[in-house]
Design a protein around this ligand. Structure first.
Ligand code: GLC
Length: 797
């Protein structure tokens, strides 16, 4: 079953069947004010943090309730419905709904009994409040009397958890008022005149462009006894009874009533934010001009679309195009901004940025907004401790040079992170490399950046220290210790246990350092790194390769994990894909291990993280055992890892395989099996249940996942073959042999590249001829120095 489609020109996903198998969400806003909204207007808003700045209540794991509800009522016959299909949920043979999720806005249109409504939800660029623009049109032949009610359920206080579980306190610190055009909610209001003004929060829910007929600030009065969001007694009655909250649950509810002649339209705007009374008044008067949203939406679109336009592809595969041009790219920005802070599954109780997640997230936007990436790279570098390890969590309040660290009890207490993880700082290597190669900004290497705890150093030396940290934390056999965990949160290999994934990451880190050292003409570092790389390579060869595969790790009790004859978890995806990505495995071995992966791990919905799932033979530190078989790290299809297998296949030039993996796990390609997949067909999720599950193909944990950036890199660098280095750009696509041609428009170091790839003979990779502005280039390489402002590039495969 299909619930919607991609409108590529508008960069929108259009949901024309509202009874989607799960709430299909979109993100609005900025770090200052965030909002999540589903196709049925469910969701919540928050100031800065979903956990600590929560404005709207939302019940996780329930029926997508409550949300930003707008009710419409025919005042002649008393029939009522909502501007989104839910919460009232009229029969779908009488009620039509179209939801358009776009870049930073969501518009829900409805048609019911000759009334057309449009609810446009957004947060203006750089604003810290939200706008619901409502338009109601009479599409029938007779005059109508209509009431419209806007409703929002406010939290009692900003701390999400307190609001949920500590009502014996939170209900008694808040109340609501009516102020002619808005409901004002105060929290800790007595402190205004007395103790501490900073503890006072005030929120407002207002109406602009129309008159408030009746109002209500108390949820119980709005809903009525034993009524629900779908049948509020006040909407049934056609008026709000004016009750204001004092010691129960607050809400904002405003009613406006109007007549509509045939074809007539009324427009008005609901506004919500954490603002003082005077600011609320000021905002509402600004929005009395109901044409303002149109301009603000244009601004939002041009903000987003100009970023997304930095890479535009046109391949024979529309699913690929829609993801790369818009949705995967947009998701990369969303994860970049929100990290793992707020979704319909997470509410952001971590008070900072997870190190590895964030450094990976940066990779997804480098080709689209290198400036934005740069700022975060420097920020994350300043989360590195002076001895080279990285803070597992860099707090929102991060104060470089003055932070405590995992060695300190205070850090453990405030973050919940007991120690270092083996991989965190090693993610800096691919990320910094990608940034420097994309931009040519090699000066960054010499930029001095503070450490988290004390001291400062050039970025180049920060990287050296990251390597030093791994070398100072070796486990048995001289391989890098797995520490608290590596990329896989579920691997506890023990204090001296070692991770093969980290060994391969370290091998890759040496390679990146060699490239940087060569560029800097720092022959001492180049020599040292080369020596270490070779020495390390030998250990990897001796200890990490068994029979026909790379193993996953060795526990401190010298138990090897991931051997061919293990009864469970005998083959793992990441060490194979990373043996290729890191450059450790030569071509022949690379092909052999990736063939083995395809045979042992690939399924209809992507390659499994490992197989068989743990049931009875897990080693002591295999936390994956906690999950059901074929779920998450226990043999599920962990979607982030698909990006690496796509990249590995593409690096080998095997385009058919790369795109096979791409499409198996591509949300857009699963549009028609939405009932199986459940999650949004325009956003990646964290994992898909695999063969051991009775629900194979079902996906979970939407939007905020490393999948977005990793698959983006696998696609752009891998499949599309856009592989910049310091001096220029290599063009080395790995595509299905069925793609006879495709084009790309790419911004590169301030220049425009119009690239046409011809593949008449059906190759998967390779370059017969490359011309740049009519002149033949050497091999598949375009030196940056020959580029003009705009360039015509043709690659014949
Ligand atoms: C989750 C975590 C990420 C980890 C992955 C694998 O996605 O956010 O940090 O690498 O799981 O365990």
């Amino acid at each position: 079953m299909k619930y919607g489609y991609f409108d590529s020109d508008k960069r929108e996903y259009v949901i024309d069947k509202p009874d989607t198998p799960a709430p299909w969400a979109n993100y609005l806003g900025s770090p200052a004010y965030g909002a999540i909204i589903s196709n049925n207007a469910g969701g919540y808003s928050f100031v800065k943090s979903g956990a600590a700045g929560r404005l709207i209540r939302y019940r996780f794991n329930e029926q997508d309730r409550p949300g930003r509800y707008v009710y419409l009522r025919d005042d002649e016959d008393g029939d009522y419905w909502s501007a989104s299909w839910q919460p009232v949920g009229k029969p779908l043979n009488q009620y039509k709904s179209i939801c358009r999720h776009g870049t930073g806005y969501t518009q829900i249109e409805a048609d019911y009994k000759d009334i057309h409504s449009q609810a446009l939800y957004y947060v203006p660029q750089d604003a810290d409040y939200e706008v619901w623009k409502i338009k109601v049109t009479n599409t029938g032949g007779k005059a109508r009397k209509i009431s419209c009610f806007g409703f929002v359920e406010l939290t009692c206080e900003s701390f999400y958890e307190q609001d949920q579980v500590n009502l014996q306190y939170t209900q008694f610190i808040t109340r609501t008022y009516f102020k002619e055009k808005f409901i004002l909610q105060t929290i800790n209001e007595n402190c205004l005149n007395a103790v501490n003004e900073s503890r006072v929060d005030t929120r407002f829910f207002g109406l602009a462009g129309a008159k408030v007929a009746t109002y209500c600030g108390d949820r119980a009065a709005f809903l009525g006894k034993y009524h629900d969001y779908g049948n509020p007694v006040s909407v049934e009655n056609g008026k709000l009874d004016g009750t204001l909250n004092y010691n129960l649950n607050p809400c904002g509810a405003l009613h406006t009533a109007f007549e509509l002649a045939p074809n007539e339209t009324k427009e008005f705007i609901f506004l919500l934010g954490q603002k003082r009374e005077a600011q609320a008044n000021e905002l509402i008067s600004r929005y009395e001009d109901t044409s303002l949203p149109e301009k603000e939406i244009d601004k939002l679109k041009s903000y987003w679309h100009s970023r997304l336009a930095n890479l535009k592809v046109n391949t024979p595969d529309d699913n690929f195009n829609n993801m790369i041009n818009t949705w995967n790219a947009y998701q990369c920005f969303i994860t970049f901004v929100w990290s793992r802070a707020a979704s319909l599954t997470y509410c952001g109780q971590r008070n900072g940025y997870g190190y590895r997640d964030t450094v990976q997230d940066i990779q997804g936007i480098i080709h689209l907004d290198p400036e934005m990436a740069l700022e975060k790279i420097k920020f994350m570098i300043s989360g590195q401790v002076n001895h080279g390890g990285a803070l597992p969590l860099v707090k929102y309040s991060h104060n470089p040079g003055h932070e405590d660290k995992p060695e300190d009890e205070s850090y453990r207490k405030s973050t919940g992170h007991p120690s270092y993880r083996a991989d965190d700082a090693l993610w800096l290597f691919p990320t910094v490399w990608k940034y420097v190669a994309e931009t040519g900004n090699t000066a960054l290497l010499d930029e001095v950046i503070p450490y988290a705890d004390k001291g400062k150093d050039t970025l180049f030396n920060h990287l050296k220290k990251a390597i030093g940290f791994s070398l100072n934390n070796l486990g048995i056999h001289g391989l890098p210790a797995g520490l608290h965990a590596d990329w896989n949160d579920c691997l506890r290999l023990g204090a001296k246990g070692v991770s093969v994934f980290v060994a391969l990451q370290l091998y890759y880190a040496f390679e990146i350092m060699i490239r940087f050292a060569k560029f800097k003409k720092d022959s001492a570092t180049e020599k040292e790194m080369t020596k270490q790389k070779n020495r390390f390579g030998k250990i990897i060869e001796e200890r990490c390769w068994k029979d026909d595969r790379f193993v996953r790790g060795i526990t401190e009790h010298d138990v090897t994990v991931g051997k061919k004859d293990d009864p469970e978890a005998n083959i793992w995806l990441n060490p194979q894909s990373w043996a290729v990505i890191s450059g450790f495995a030569d071509e022949e071995r690379s092909k052999a291990i990736l063939d083995l992966v395809h045979k042992e791990l690939n399924t209809k919905y992507g390659a499994r993280i490992m197989s068989p799932s743990y049931r009875k033979h897990a080693f002591d530190g295999a936390l994956a055992l906690l999950f059901n078989p074929s779920t998450k790290e226990n043999g599920g299809i962990f979607l982030q890892t698909q990006g690496w297998i796509i990249l590995a296949e593409a690096l080998l030039g095997r385009g058919n395989r790369a795109v096979e993996y791409y499409l198996e796990s591509c949300p857009a390609a699963q549009n028609e099996i939405a009932d199986k997949r459940l999650m949004e067909p325009y956003a990646y999720s964290q994992f898909t249940e695999s063969v051991d599950s009775p629900f194979e193909g079902r996906s979970h944990v939407h939007w905020l996942t490393g999948t977005a950036s990793t698959v983006m890199v696998g696609s752009v660098e891998g499949i599309l073959g856009l592989r910049p280095d310091i001096e220029g750009l290599r063009l080395s696509p790995a595509i299905p042999s069925s793609w006879k041609s495709f084009t790309m428009e790419k911004s590169f170091r301030g220049k425009k590249l119009n690239i046409k790839v011809n593949n008449p003979d059906g190759h998967e990779s390779g370059c017969k001829k490359l011309t740049v502005n009519g002149t033949a280039a050497e091999g598949d390489y375009i030196p940056a120095s020959i580029l003009k402002a705009e360039n015509e590039i043709v690659l014949d495969m």
